[in-house]
Ligand binder design. Sequence first.
Ligand SMILES: Cc1cc2nc3c(=O)[nH]c(=O)nc-3n(C[C@H](O)[C@H](O)[C@H](O)COP(=O)(O)OP(=O)(O)OC[C@H]3O[C@@H](n4cnc5c(N)ncnc54)[C@H](O)[C@@H]3O)c2cc1C
Ligand code: FES
Ligand code: FES
Length: 1323
Amino acid sequence: FYQWRNDSVCSPGVTENHADPETMLLPFLREKVKLTGTKYGCGGGGCGACTVMVSRYQPATKTIIHYSANACLLPLCQLHGAAVTTVEGIGSTKTRIHPVQERIAKAHGSQCGFCTPGMVMSTYALLRNKPQPTMDDITEALAGNLCRCTGYRPIVEGCRTFCQEANCCQANGAANCCLNGEKNGDEPEQEKPQLFDKLDLLPLDPTQELIFPPELILMADTSPQTLTFHGERVSWVSPVSLEELIQLKAKHPKAPLVMGNTNIGPDMKFKGILHPLIISPTRVKELFEVSQTPQGVWVGAGCSLSELHSVLKKLVPQFPEEKTEVFRALNRQLGNLGSVQIRNVASLGGNIVSAYPNSDLNPILAVGNCKVSVISSGGRREVPLNQDFFVGFGKVILQPEEIVVSVFIPFSRKGEFVQALRHAPRKEASFATVTAGMRVMFSESSRVVQDISIYYGGMGPTTVSAAKTCQAIIRRPWDDETLGQAYDILLEELALPPSAPGGKVEFRRSLTLSLLFKFYLEVLHKLKAMNVITDEVPEKIQPLPREIQPGLQEFQPVSKDQGNHDAVGRPMMHRSAISQATGEAVYCDDLPKIEGELFLVVVTSSRAHAKITGLDVSEALQLPGVVDVITTKDIPGKKVRTFCGYDEELLAESEVSCIGQMICAVVADTKAHAKRGAAAVKISYEDLPDPIFTIEEAVEKSSYFEPRRLLQRGDVTEAFKTVDKVYEGEIRIGGQEHFYMETQSMLVVPVGEEMEFNVYISTQWPTLIQDAVAETLNISSNRVTCHVKRVGGAFGGKVTRTSVLASITSVAAWKTNRAVRCVLERGEDMVITGGRHPTLGKYKVGFMNDGKIVAADIQFFANSGNTVDESPLVAEKMVLHMDNAYNIPNLRGRGAACKTNLPSNTAFRGFGVPQSLLIVENMINDVAMVLGCPADKVNMYRGPSTTHYKFEFNPENLLRCWEEGKRRSDYSARRAAIEQFNQQNRWKKRGISIIPIKYGIAFSDGFLNQAAALVHIYKDGSVLVSHGGTEIGQGVHTKMQQVASRELHIPPSKIYISETSTNTVPNTCPSAASFGTDANGMAVKDACQILYQRLEPIRKKNPKGTWESWAKEAFMEKISLSATGFYKGPDLYLDWDKMEGQPYAYYTYGVSCSEVELDCLTGDYRTLRTDIVMDIGKSVNPSVDVGQIEGAFTQGLGLYTLEELKFSPFGLLYTRGPSQYKIPAVCDMPLQLNIYLLPDSENPYAIYSSKGIGEPALFLGSSVFFAIKDAVAAARSDSGLKGPFSLNSPATPERACLASASPFTQKVPASKPGSFKPWALDI
Ligand SMILES: Cc1cc2nc3c(=O)[nH]c(=O)nc-3n(C[C@H](O)[C@H](O)[C@H](O)COP(=O)(O)OP(=O)(O)OC[C@H]3O[C@@H](n4cnc5c(N)ncnc54)[C@H](O)[C@@H]3O)c2cc1C
Ligand code: FES
Ligand code: FES
């Protein structure tokens, strides 16, 4: 096993004499080799945070191949003879950073930085194979890398600098191109400031890359021997010949053959399946052979899907088109299957034998008449891949001892057409909902079907054949009539029961029809092109556009008079971006293990509402490595945390109220042992009656966390009597998982004396953790120091929930007197920690015929889960924000936090506003639909205005954003163009929407609006700044560095920020409410001003002296070089009885316009363009602020169009990782994203006239929701449906497709609610 560390040199390999077959590369790298740059994000191949490059020497061709792979799924034993390059290996700040690292960092592609090493390594592996990639190559390479902060645009932009074609200005079309040395005609455009300078980048020199270790080449060339490894529970054998493999399989038929480990790995990890013996046939050369015959090609079953893809891509141009139909169909599917990292390791044989219900390849292999050659001690045989082969979920017809050696893919014949079709919840890196292979063969020069074969995936437990449907088509002409009858048969043939696993029953059934229709059209066009038919054929459905254009980011430059040292207002790179890109940045779980350290795993409830009747930990305590089990009885201090006046048990004692509630915790010497210990804890329950899951159930049973809130102005009831029209509607918004890339992580270290503890933790609020640990351990706060270096994303999810986990971990550390680490697995994190509140909004609106809304009565119900957390505050914020940008004279809103038996929901970026405003905008949209006109904003605040809580403000900048948004997006012209497009297209529709936001900044609980800072100047002139804000990716440390730079009149490079800690700055407030820079900036400013003032006599004495000389002199003169700064923020409040107050310091305004193209047959859509205009005053750092806008917008886009939490009817969260829960990926970026910061805006209420920006833009993601709704309305109109309709959020392809009401969706009978138990709940 090899690691490469420094420049171009392969350091001596790491020798591992006891490789455990259960150990994956990721924990090995992180824990054994101490290379922590490679990150854990999910453990299942779904996030890309762990991407490394694997290189192997291939003796047969004497070539070296390089490929990216997910370290979390790579068994260590599999890497014998391979070289692994990690992010540390390609560049470091100590030596030289690699251009990839530099460019992603400088393009501002790293915020929290947790995804960055993975992004770097995916790009690096691409460049090793293709130094001048295309944009398609880049987006393909990054498709499997998730980022929760940036919105991807800056990452793609950084990578774009490697591809020549895309660096063209694109301003004037091909004729006048900057790459030809021609100038852009619009000269002043060039003077606009840029977020980064493309000329200031290191060149990529492929000759400087790392070389493959020569000893590995030697090793590969010497005759190989059988390898065996034995671990604690599992043994591993890697045979070298087919004969040996056959013998092994005959002897151990149950032992799996591990190739890519992308099926076996997740099974072992997530389902706890144990295979005592694993056979690894990756060195058996027969499994990798490719050979051509006159009938087709044999591809070794061991070939990775990427190898298969490249073999087929090479073959296609060598043969006439008619012969390569199957090859091309496979290629199409291979381009979309999983991510590049998965395809690079997953094998063809593994995919076939895994027999996933929604395998992408199997339907094509089946229709393509492919077959496998299998071998066993009984001999060799060939087996066709047809309906008899796939016998059930994960089962094929082969005998356990049989090995698939190779797969035969035949040439297609003249008159034969094959197509691959799939629809997935996310366009890329996602298993399909429904996937299909279809093949039709015509008699010569005729439209009569001679043979047809159709297979679907996702429509049953395995790949299924639509044989009856095929029977109805065969020997009949390929026309509307034949297909019309076929749809009916297909509907009957592939009827899913209404409670089928996976849900989406109506959608899946309608997809089978619409995919067949797509195939029908495609073939019709081919027949027409071949002159077989002459009649008119309906329009061809073009694929959705996918080419990402460079976006604009416009901001005001700093004034010409501003000094060069003064960094305020300049686009300064995130201060840790380079360290994040080299993997050197230290996150909580990167801290080295402390002597005697233990790992903690929590045991959670498997019942939603039950009495605990027994807790047996005896078996767990017997297991190797297990040290203790912590229960509530062990807690020395307060056993509950109190939030909003309600107590929440840290560990449940006698009763549980949701699945995922923590009951006890196992501590052991390693994570693996703690996990096994946790699995061995036995808990018995007695179910309690009537658990409450849905909002409706909570409302029916009056299950609320009080107080419920009411705000109103005017006389709503009276006003309804005066209006032209009244409309009542409702909309449901699903919850959202934070999906911070770094899961909850902490390390509690007892100092060893006087009950002192150091807590290293990933949190937004160190003081809360300090309080929680002190209370729980019954010690005073001065014994607990909480340290936060950086947080790998938080979004509101690392406050209250983290404090509960920290309390439990501290009990374990206290009881065992050892350091205890707790890092949640992704699935645990998703089950335990809750997220954004799913919300139901009901409204009644009264309006005039000109669109003027006169009265509205709105109710907000938030599903809060089993504990109060901050839910009443979230519900409060819903009613506080419900006016958004609109002046509705008679307005009433009620907010309620519903108590249910689901995991407790908590703060999430926007804190209820994104739900509230979607409801309000939907109401406005309904008004427009009732009136049959576009949702134009006739109700917008204008002139001096007063909100419904009697707060006066001036909406001028809101209106400026609105006008600028319309102008910049060219809204009117594009709306007209869309109408034309929609008239010309039956199956694709475009939609556009423009949405405003007015977002209140600061905490409405006035006491939270305070901050402090501590600034030291050292004798050498270097400055250390500490403040109360935590660096969660939002760039607050970078901005604080800029503030200090201005106030001390020194360049930012002299200023350092090490961490946030409770012993430097006490009693801090959370980094939340978009108030971090406002509050901490003022405190840092204060401290710096005090210090600068103190230096005045020294400066006066020696005006020409340097900063360093002044610092030294001040020390000699006994002047204190350390100062605290403090900021007493605004006293905000709301008097709920009087319904008035000033809950916000000021408003941040913005407008977003998005256009989408929707495929009405599948519900797939693409955001073609988004323009955002944002008023953020005078930006302290435009690059950081643009990053916040884009990131929040993308998170909103995820909330409103993509991310779906699914709960079982018993309250179990199904969606426990990136495979089931889809956050936006690169493929979800708007193809063009333009950001404009409103110029000439002042804000007297915040530092340097800036404005808070962390949260406001999230709601702007709803412009995509309403653009989809607009497109759906156009589709409905073609089906004769007019007026308001229901579209809940997220507007997933499923919802968009069903709402579009195509003839296919209309064919599918809806199951009667109540007549069956649905697979998932509508919570
Ligand atoms: C994140 C992620 C995303 C994915 N997305 C998709 C997707 O979009 N579409 C899709 O179709 N698939 C997808 N997959 C599934 C993936 O394609 C399969 O897991 C993979 O092809 C299995 O191959 P493997 O080599 O990794 O199998 P392994 O996990 O190594 O083995 C799987 C099984 O196959 C058996 N096996 C392997 N080779 C042979 C052989 N030669 N003879 C007999 N038995 C054999 C093994 O005994 C074992 O039981 C995804 C997987 C992951 C992890
Ligand atoms: S940690 Fe490996 S892909 Fe997520
Ligand atoms: S920067 Fe990508 S996850 Fe934070």
